[in-house]
Structures are given as structure tokens and as C-alpha cells.
Design a protein around this ligand. Structure first.
Ligand code: URA
Length: 434
């Protein structure tokens, strides 16, 4: 089976057999198939798509490309949550300590930023000293003692996804339904969780721009997970505007801490409460959804969830004082205020454009080798639906490299639509796929 023939078959719009998919993934992981051939196949999949059978075969090939984790030494029910990626989406940093503080185990593998979206691992690495790579023994010990540990995708967990993820990030092949579904579910099935809550984003800042595509993606992933014996649930949530006000690693960690202190922005807090309540309810051990929501709100109000985050940070080598004193985080050396060019309502924003603005400030990568400026990003000063006068601040740009401001400001302004009509409110949660 030649890689060339498999690429050509997909390029011509034909369905690949399970054997062809598995052979390609195995060849890519072993190094027989080159990055440029995998990039070509990703592009062919991007344009030609895959049916459910092919997507399932790709998911299983990704899962089987490395070790399957065994969490049997972790005591208690294990729950995970995964987002399809958004701008300002720091929900994992909030919901995982909440549910862990309530007795559910979170043994989480997370990813780095992808395309215009941020990643939990990059955000956690903004915490001084935080180590995202642990031995299996330390990982299990911390989950058992603290209730939660979060690490990067280990070398042996779904290595096919690790290679493909980095490749897709720099070849404009992220926003493809079969590639997203197989990437997320390949990793999730290689881990050993009992319950998985998916947060499928929809709108201009997500990889799925329409509600219809988001629903299809959610259903596809829920079905794949259920077939593999997991308890699954997916929320479809709005990503037509950034979540909260902070975009960029350090800024987002600080905003996540704000939510855990009960002073976070309303949209972010509401989504986090919904996700955490669903995670808890899915375990079947904490009462119905309403009872779970009461527990989740109490975990925030009592400070238990914040304490759990601090304990995890400390256990993973990080400086836990910043969790209680976020003002101690290193901040960008330069700030620049973007002002509204005219009076009016912020009618809409191109959320992907905001994500790219944050990358342009240094918060993400353009090539696989790029280093991140953790302090870089955007603090929004006005959001969709707000009225602004000409000259009012709409965003503060933050970076350690002031030469980045001009192009970032241009991108942000080009991504902001100001007009006379107040836009209709959109729901935060569109649907629940069970
Ligand atoms: N998150 C993932 O893990 N993979 C994707 O492809 C997109 C979001």
C-alpha cells in the first residue's frame, strides 16, 4: 500500500478502507510516511471529507498508535471534559478543579494551542514552575491525593495525533470534521476515563462555523465514545464572541481564577457552571442535574474549588501563591489601547480574527518551533452588544514586543463591526447532545 495511492484516492473523493487508513497512520507514526505526505492527506480529507465509517477507523487508528492508559490505580470515578477549541476558552481551568473538589477524579491530558485557538497546556505553563509532563507514578499519585492532575499529551499516548495536531496547526487543515473528531476521540479513547463531557463550540471563533455542523460533530463524537463504552454528553456552546474578556495565556489563567473566586465574567461563569454540573451529573453518583448545580455553586462560593486548583499547581511543581495572589503574575512589558473609530453598538466580532490578533501579539505559534510570550494577549474592554463612543477603549493589547502592536491593532479593528442597531442576544448554550 503506497502512501501516494492513499493520498490520490482521497484526493479524488473516494472512501478509504479501514486497512488503508490504519496503514497510513502506522506508517506516519513509524516515520516511513513523511510530514509532507501526511499534510497532503489532511488537505485531501479537508476538501473531500470522510464518512462515519472512515472517521471511526481513523479514530481507532489514532487511539491504537500508542499506549492505552490504564487508570485502574486511580480510585473513584474518572471524568474528563474536552473543548473543540475556542478563543478565550479557559473553561477547563475552572471546571476541572470544581468537580475534583467534589470528589470526582480528573486525570487529564490536554493539548496546546491550535490554529487561532488557545490550549490548556500553554495556559498552565504560564504558571511559574508548573510542570505539564509527569511520570505515570506521579500523575496517579497526584490524582489520588488532590483529585486532579493535568499533563500534556505524553509521548506514547496517541502519538499519531500529536504529530498530526502539530502538522494541521501550520497547514490550514484544522477545521475539518473528521480530523477534529478523530483527534479528540482518538486521545480520549486512549485514556481510561469513565465519563466524557464535550464542549463543541459554534460560531465565528470555532472550527465549526455553523450550528448544523457543530451538531453533526457533537453527535459523531458522542456516538464514537458510546460505542467504546464511555458515558458521553456534549454541549454546543457559543463561540461567536470570545468567552470572558481575557485572551492569551496569563490573562486567561487570571480570569479563570476570578471565576473560581466568584468574581468572573457572567458568560464564562455560566458556561463553567453548566459544564461542571453536567460532568458531575454524568457520573451518576451525585444526584440529578439540579442537585449537581447546587454543589458546583457551593464549591465556588466556599473556595474549595480554588483550593483544589492551588493544590494541583503545587503538586505539579508550580508556584501556588499566584493562585491566591494573581497580581503576582509577570505581566506584559507593553500595553496599547485600541479605541473605537466611531459611535455605535458592537454589532458583531470575527472571533477567529480576535484569536489571530492574540497570536500576532505573541500568545501562540505560527510555526511548530515558535516560542510563546505567556504575557501576550488581549483584554477586551467592550463586547458584542455594548455601545461605544468614538475614542472609547475597546481592547487593551498586551505584549513584550511593541513592534507587534500596529498589525495586531489593524487585525482587531478589522474584526470588529460597529453599527447603529443593537444586535440580538445569542444563547450561550445552543443544544445538549446525549
Ligand atoms: N482539539 C483537539 O484535540 N483536536 C482538534 O482537532 C481540535 C480541537
Amino acid at each position: 500500500m503506497r502512501a501516494y495511492d492513499i493520498i490520490k484516492k482521497k484526493r479524488d473523493g473516494l472512501a478509504l478502507s479501514d486497512e488503508e487508513i490504519r496503514a497510513f497512520i502506522e506508517g506516519y507514526v513509524s516515520g516511513e510516511i513523511a510530514d509532507y505526505q501526511a499534510a497532503a492527506l489532511c488537505m485531501a480529507i479537508y476538501f473531500r471529507g470522510m464518512d462515519v465509517r472512515e472517521t471511526t477507523a481513523l479514530t481507532l487508528a489514532v487511539r491504537d498508535s500508542g499506549d492505552r492508559l490504564d487508570f485502574s490505580r486511580i480510585h473513584g470515578i474518572r471524568v474528563d471534559k474536552h473543548s473543540t477549541g475556542g478563543v478565550g476558552d479557559k473553561t477547563s481551568l475552572v471546571v476541572t478543579p470544581i468537580v475534583a473538589s467534589l470528589g470526582v477524579k480528573v486525570a487529564k491530558m490536554s493539548g496546546r494551542g491550535l490554529g487561532h485557538t488557545g490550549g490548556t497546556i500553554d495556559k498552565l505553563e504560564a504558571i511559574p514552575g508548573f510542570c505539564t509532563s509527569l511520570s505515570t507514578e506521579d500523575f496517579e499519585r497526584i490524582v489520588n491525593e488532590v483529585g486532579i492532575a493535568i499533563v500534556g499529551q505524553s509521548r506514547n499516548l496517541a502519538p499519531a495525533d500529536k504529530k498530526l495536531y502539530a502538522l494541521r496547526d501550520v497547514t490550514a487543515t484544522v477545521d475539518s470534521m473528521p480530523l477534529i473528531a478523530s483527534s479528540i476521540m482518538g486521545k480520549k479513547l486512549a485514556a481510561d476515563d469513565d465519563c466524557i463531557v464535550l464542549d463543541v463550540k459554534t460560531g465565528s471563533g470555532s472550527f465549526m462555523k455553523t450550528l448544523e455542523d457543530s451538531k453533526k460533530l457533537a453527535q459523531l463524537m458522542v456516538d464514537i465514545g458510546k460505542r467504546a463504552g464511555k458515558k458521553m454528553l456534549s454541549l454546543i456552546t457559543d463561540m461567536d464572541r470570545p468567552l470572558g474578556y481575557a485572551i492569551g495565556n496569563t490573562l486567561e489563567v487570571i480570569e479563570a481564577i476570578d471565576v473560581l473566586c466568584g468574581r468572573g465574567p457572567e458568560d464564562l461563569t455560566d458556561i463553567c457552571i453548566a459544564l461542571a454540573s453536567d460532568m458531575l451529573a454524568l457520573t451518576g453518583e451525585h444526584g440529578d442535574r439540579d442537585a449537581c448545580e447546587v454543589k458546583v455553586r457551593d464549591a465556588i462560593a466556599s473556595g474549595r474549588a480554588l483550593d483544589t486548583l492551588a493544590r494541583m499547581v503545587k503538586a505539579q511543581g508550580g508556584d501556588d501563591t499566584v493562585i491566591y495572589h494573581p497580581e503576582a503574575f509577570a505581566r506584559a512589558t507593553h500595553e496599547y489601547t485600541v479605541k473605537a473609530p466611531c459611535d455605535g453598538y458592537i454589532v458583531a466580532v470575527d472571533t477567529e480574527g480576535y484569536g489571530i490578533t492574540s497570536l500576532l501579539l505573541g500568545a501562540g505559534r505560527n510555526t511548530m518551533e515558535d516560542k510563546i510570550d505567556y504575557t501576550a494577549g488581549i483584554m477586551l474592554r467592550a463586547k458584542t452588544g455594548d455601545f461605544v463612543r468614538a475614542g472609547d477603549p475597546i481592547a487593551t493589547l498586551c505584549t513584550c514586543d511593541e513592534s507587534r502592536f500596529a498589525v495586531a491593532e489593524q487585525r482587531l479593528l478589522a474584526s470588529t463591526v460597529i453599527g447603529d442597531e443593537k444586535p440580538e442576544e445569542r444563547p450561550l448554550i445552543f443544544a445538549r447532545v446525549e
